[in-house]
Design a protein around this ligand. Structure first.
Ligand SMILES: Nc1ncnc2c1ncn2[C@@H]1O[C@H](COP(=O)(O)OP(=O)(O)OP(=O)(O)O)[C@@H](O)[C@H]1O
Ligand SMILES: [Mg+2]
Length: 553
């Protein structure tokens, strides 16, 4: 019952303390983490946006350079000069020497015929009149194609410029090395999950992506989501992983440079932080839990001990009160009984005298009379012994104060009982501390206590056994233990042995007052008698006597 109460209390205290102390810690940890995650995400977006823009600028520059050199060549050379393929080849070399990445160069006349060509394919004589790009370059004056297969069955794109000479249009057209071009784009594919590619307005790949699809295939990306110059969107990639897509339109607004990456890869610092945070919080939680459990247990165990002590103290107080009340009553009763006993004894003496007379001697019941009188005397004697004990206790309630050597008193007591013990083959061992001080007290009373305890021990053993008596000083008290190897005491006995008239001895043998008187004497001295069973066998009575230093005379 009580244990349950303590356990509940302990559980409640622990739970409350944990909630109150852990909640702020966890809330703080979570808030910090989410704040940091938000910041990290923002930074990551910023970073990828910047990369897309920078990369687009690099691609624009690349294209601008190529277009510029093409324009310069068209401006500085005539159609007639260039349809001589030797001249065209020289121009081609110059272009590659200054800008590079040109695969071929060709001159197309106003009706779409490829008039001169330098490059790996045999394109001379081909006609482009029907092709949409030819029309566009004639109208607009310049042109950049999407990537396409064309006659050469390989993805590539071209740039072309138109010039007029003598009312005749002609076109200078160059193919850009797809490998060189792709290299530039690919340089932006970083990390484990990073990708970079170009798509046109219809979402057709212009360069080879790293993960999804191939050149001239269609992307899953909706290009209309990318407005303005640079746009960052978050969406799941075809494998279901969350990705950041940054798209930057090139200057001609036809091609979109896309850089994408899984944000988690970019947020490695976040994970490092999370690890550290989890580690610190776990450590904190463990420390808080351990201290809470430890301190609560300590507090509860102190509480239990204090409660226990209070219960014991209460029991002791009740016992003392009870014994004191009983003592007063017993002394009164004893006094009242003493007089009738004296009268009975006197009258039995008289009866005995009468029986000695001649007339009674002849009576046939004379033997019966004598036996009865003897019985009466025996029982009166027993009653007198009880009364004597009780009165002795009552009288001695006011102890005399003299110098008492406790060890000496023990020795004297043992001397009195030695013979009785030896007859019963009981060995009395003594182990007395030498440094016990002389105290102020009543030696006769103390001796009565030891006498009671040691003779009880002898009686308990019966025959064949040992008694140990030891004394020592502990702080301000003298502690005397009387230990026997008799049968020990049941719990029920332990509760009752200090009550007056409680005895287990056969009637006539014990009054049951020995321990009661001893208890009263020691209590008066401010000390205590306690009893416990030994671990192995028998009982031990412990007498504690406070040290009262005698006044100097
Ligand atoms: N050392 C002991 N071992 C076992 N039981 C004991 C011991 N000392 C006392 N008792 C028990 O306590 C009872 C009460 O003891 P107490 O000294 O008060 O009375 P008593 O010895 O029976 O009678 P009296 O002291 O008048 O001879 C004893 O009868 C005995 O049963
Ligand atoms: Mg006794």
């Amino acid at each position: 019952m009580k244990e349950q109460v303590y356990r509940n209390l302990q559980r409640k205290i622990i739970a409350l303390t944990l909630v109150v102390s852990l909640a702020p810690l966890l809330i703080l940890g979570m808030t910090l983490y989410y704040q940091f995650e938000a910041t990290c995400r923002e930074k990551t977006k910023e970073q990828i946006r910047y990369r897309a823009q920078a990369q687009a600028e690099a691609v624009d520059l690349f294209l601008k350079e190529r277009t510029a050199i093409l324009n310069a060549m068209a401006d500085t050379h005539t159609f007639d000069h260039m349809i001589d393929e030797k001249n065209l080849a020289r121009i081609f070399d110059v272009m590659n020497a200054h800008a590079g990445a040109f695969v071929d160069l060709g001159i197309i006349d106003s009706i779409g015929t490829h008039r001169a060509y330098v490059g790996p394919y045999d394109l001379r004589g081909r006609n482009y009149f029907d092709q949409p790009w030819f029309n566009e370059v004639i109208v607009k004056g310049h042109y950049k194609s999407d990537v396409y297969m064309g006659f050469r069955r390989q993805p590539h794109f071209i740039i072309a410029v138109r010039r007029h000479e003598n009312q005749q249009a002609w076109i200078l057209r160059a193919t850009i090395d797809p490998n060189r071009f792709e290299e530039i784009i690919r340089s932006a594919q970083i990390g484990r999950t990073g990708d970079a590619y170009l798509v046109n307005r219809d979402g057709i790949f212009q360069t080879r992506p790293r993960f999804e699809g191939d050149v001239l295939e269609k992307t899953s990306l909706d290009t209309t989501q990318f407005g303005g110059r640079v746009t960052v969107i978050e969406k799941a990639d075809p494998t279901g992983e969350e990705r950041l897509y940054a798209g930057s339109w090139l200057n001609d607004n036809k091609w979109l440079l896309v850089i994408n990456q899984q944000p988690l890869e970019l947020m490695s610092r976040l994970f490092a932080l999370r690890q550290t945070e989890i580690f610190i919080i776990t450590l904190g939680v463990l420390a808080i839990m351990a201290t809470t459990v430890f301190t609560t247990r300590l507090a509860i165990s102190r509480l239990i001990k204090a409660d226990q002590e209070m219960i014991e103290l209460n029991a002791q107080l009740m016992q003392s009160d009870k014994l004191a009340a009983l003592g007063k009553m017993a002394a009164g009763v004893a006094h009242e009984i003493n007089n009738p006993l004296a009268v009975i004894l006197q009258k039995t003496g008289w009866l005995e005298d009468l029986l000695a007379e001649e007339e009674f001697k002849e009576s046939e019941n004379i033997a019966e009379f004598r036996k009865s009188i003897a019985k009466i005397e025996e029982h009166v004697e027993r009653a007198r012994k009880v009364v004597h004990n009780m009165l002795g206790y009552a009288r001695k309630m006011e102890p005399r104060l003299e110098d008492v050597d406790v060890n000496d008193t023990i020795h004297q007591t043992i001397t009195i009982l030695e013979n009785h013990a030896r007859i019963n083959n009981i060995d009395i061992q003594v182990d007395l501390a030498e440094t016990i001080p002389i105290i102020a007290g009543d030696q006769a009373q103390l001796q009565q206590v030891f006498l009671n305890l040691i003779s009880n021990a002898i009686d308990a053993i019966g025959s064949n056994g040992a008694i140990e008596v030891d004394s020592r000083r502990r702080d301000d008290v003298i502690v005397v233990n009387i230990r026997d190897d008799g049968p020990g005491l049941s719990e029920e006995k332990m509760r009752k042995i200090f009550d007056p008239f409680y005895t287990t001895k056969e009637s006539g043998k014990g009054t049951g007052l020995g321990l009661w008187v001893s208890h009263s004497i020691v209590s008066k001295m401010g000390g205590s008698i306690q009893v416990k069973n030994n671990h192995d066998k028998g009982a031990v009575f412990t007498v504690e006597i406070p040290i009262v230093i005698p006044e100097k005379k």
